[in-house]
Design a protein around this ligand. Structure first.
Ligand code: ADP
Length: 635
């Protein structure tokens, strides 16, 4: 009775209620994950205690062994998870259990309502793992005593339906947290030794503290990354990977190493098969777990691996870092930077080897992680290795799925070719229709296709590879290309007479007059064979696609001045020359030039208002349909 008076009632925060509602009212095939979540919380609490001890903090009950007990009573339908970790004060209880502190909760709720089956894969990733206990429990009681000397013990109790109660538990509680799970009838299977044991072996085998059931240890407490390589089987690595990532697939690659200089450390890294970021499961890159002499210092440290290798998961354990290092100063630690640069080299070498020995596997890697990997263009210290690992689709590929490396490009390059050419476009079809491709098609010179606008930034920044300069096709050295034999023979029209040559120069002047300040210059194109005209910008200026990105970023809507190139051999251009000769101010000539210019602007994405262009086309159709009727003799 007395206990009742000191009991206070609290309401769960709205988002917790919402989460609990989903958890309690849905049917999960993997109810057992509740135990994984509770054991992992217990392990975190122990890690944090060990961290405090290692930095010299005074803790309550400092002789208690660091372990986790799982007990059960089939008669009472009860399972209990007890740890000797850091414990919770009353305030922490209210703060951490009862609210969802992390910002991921809204995202979690969204994903869960979209796909309830995904819950066991993602619940642990959103910092809401504790609540999964209500999948199996009709009531939960938490008794906890903080490691802080003067904090009283606290008891939390809830049926998960909207409120919880806080009170003072019985005297004599030792440091740590005990969670009583009063099972629902339909979850009574969990009050069973074999069941509990197999769940722990499956999900929590690598917890670095002993887990005991009825006093017997059931997990393998071994820091796998510190074991000698030869003693570890692939299944153990895979099991550890699953434990670490909750991934249901085995990893694409496992890298286990022990390094002595310039810093001593052991690392166990994995490259996941699938890119979970692209699935939107996590917005932040996961980072690596950092241990110092087996003591977990930080989950998901993002300074240990550069952003472009952010898909890598795993652990790093160093003897050289001080144990009492604070998380805040980690970032400035020089040793960490050395670990990171060693790991970067390891991962790049591994990828190089994969690309060489198992090209299919490398392709698989590229398709999943290539987008992130491409950000590595800013890693100057590993530039060559990085560039060698890049892959592109190109004009020599049969489909959009195929990939080539720059080395393959170089091996196929023409004698004396000095440039590697690339072109951005939204698809293979769009690029194939780009007038800038014509000379490359005619001379059978390979062009790399970039489908991501940001790839052009990467190319600009890389600039050169081996003896080749990386050049957008718009800036290609056309003179150098002209000397190669044409791959396709085309009947070129007869050259212009000397008189017509002169007229042509005047015609160009007239075109310049018509287009005025909208263009920088009008020139005779050397790159076109099929199209009558195109826009270009001189080398040293930005390509159209690049300019576009910059304009979007800087919210600049101005239209840049470009060079308007005309194909002297094209029928339309020849016809316009004839019209010009008859009357330089002919109205049709002006319309046609306007139309050609705006079409080029449209192709390059600069045409802001299509009204004039469409109006002109309709006008031309109007007239040409009359001519057509006349020619066909239709009445
Ligand atoms: P997460 O563990 O991902 O933060 P949970 O919902 O599982 O999310 O737990 C919420 C918080 O409750 C934890 O961050 C921790 O502060 C606290 N907590 C849970 N279990 C324990 C425990 N056994 N000992 C100490 N604190 C705990």
């Amino acid at each position: 009775m007395e206990e009742k008076t000191s009991t206070a009632n609290y309401e769960f925060k709205a988002e917790v209620k919402q989460l609990l509602d989903i958890l309690v009212h849905s049917l999960y095939t993997h109810k057992e994950i509740f135990l994984r979540e509770l054991v992992s919380n217990a392990s975190d609490a122990l890690d944090r205690l060990r961290f405090e001890v290692s930095r010299g903090t005074a803790v309550l009950d400092d002789t208690l062994p660091l372990d986790i007990h799982v007990d059960f009573d089939p008669d009472k339908l009860l399972v209990t998870v007890t740890d000797t970790g850091i414990g919770l004060t009353k305030d922490e209880m209210v703060e951490n259990i009862g609210t969802i502190a992390k910002s991921g909760s809204a995202e979690f709720l969204k994903q869960i309502s979209a796909d309830k089956g995904a819950i066991d894969n993602i619940i642990g990733k959103f910092g809401v793992g504790f609540y999964s206990v209500f999948i199996v429990a009709k009531e939960v009681v938490i008794k906890s005593k903080s490691y802080k000397e003067d904090e009283p013990a606290v008891e939390w109790r809830s049926d998960g339906l909207g409120t919880y109660q806080l009170s003072q538990p019985e005297e004599g509680l030792k440091r740590g947290t005990q969670i009583e799970i009063h099972l629902r009838d339909e979850a009574k299977e969990f009050a069973d030794k074999h069941r509990l044991e197999s769940i722990i072996k499956r999900h929590s085998n690598f917890i670095s503290f002993p887990i005991l059931i009825g006093g017997e240890q059931v997990n393998t407490v071994a820091a796998l990354w510190r074991e000698p390589k030869f003693s570890i089987k692939e299944e153990q690595y895979n099991e550890f990977y699953k434990f670490l990532t909750f991934d249901s697939e085995p990893p694409l690659a496992t890298l286990h190493s022990s390094v002595d200089a310039p810093v001593q450390f052991n690392s166990l890294l994995f490259i996941p098969k699938l890119n979970y970021n692209s699935l939107g499961l996590t917005s932040e890159r996961p980072g690596l777990d950092l241990y110092v002499r087996r003591v977990l210092i930080q989950h998901g440290n993002r300074d240990l691996i550069p952003e472009y290798l952010g898909f890598v998961r795993g652990v790093v354990d160093s003897e050289d870092l001080p144990l009492n290092i604070s998380r805040e100063t980690l970032q400035e630690n020089r040793l960490l930077a050395k670990v990171s640069s060693t790991l970067t080299k390891q991962v790049l070498s591994h990828l190089q080897k994969t690309a060489k020995d198992e090209p299919d596997k490398y392709t698989e890697f590229w398709k999943q992680h290539g987008k992130m990997f491409k950000l590595g263009y800013s890693d100057f210290s590993n530039r060559d290795k990085f560039v060698e690992l890049l892959r592109f689709n190109s004009s020599k590929c049969a489909t959009a799925e195929d990939l080539v490396s720059l080395d393959e490009y170089i091996a196929r390059a023409k004698p004396e070719q000095k440039e590697i050419h690339y072109l951005y476009g939204q698809s293979r079809a769009a690029i194939a229709l780009n007038p800038h491709m014509e000379i490359f098609q005619a001379k059978d010179i390979e062009v790399l296709y970039l489908f991501d606008p940001l790839d052009e930034f990467a190319m600009e920044s890389i600039r050169a590879y081996k003896d080749f300069e990386l050049k957008p096709v718009e800036h290609a050295d056309i003179k150098a290309l002209e000397k190669y034999a044409s791959a396709v023979t085309k009947d070129a029209p007869a050259p212009l007479s000397p008189e017509d040559e002169k007229q042509f120069n005047r015609f160009l002047e007239r075109v310049k007059d018509i287009l005025g300040a909208r263009i920088k210059d009008v020139t005779v194109s050397a790159r076109l064979s099929e199209s009558p005209c195109c826009l270009s910008s001189p080398a040293g200026e930005m390509t159209s696609s690049m300019q576009k990105i910059i304009q979007i970023v800087s919210k600049d809507a101005s239209v840049p001045q470009k060079v308007f190139e005309l194909n002297k051999d094209h029928k339309i251009v020849r016809n316009l020359l004839s019209i010009y000769k008859a009357d330089p101010h002919d109205e049709y000539l002006t319309t046609a030039i306007e139309q050609l210019f705006e079409s080029s602007m449209l192709l390059d994405g600069y045409l802001q208002d299509p009204h004039a262009l469409v109006g002109r086309i309709q006008n031309l159709l109007n007239k040409s349909s009359d001519w057509y009727l006349a020619v066909k003799d239709i009445h």
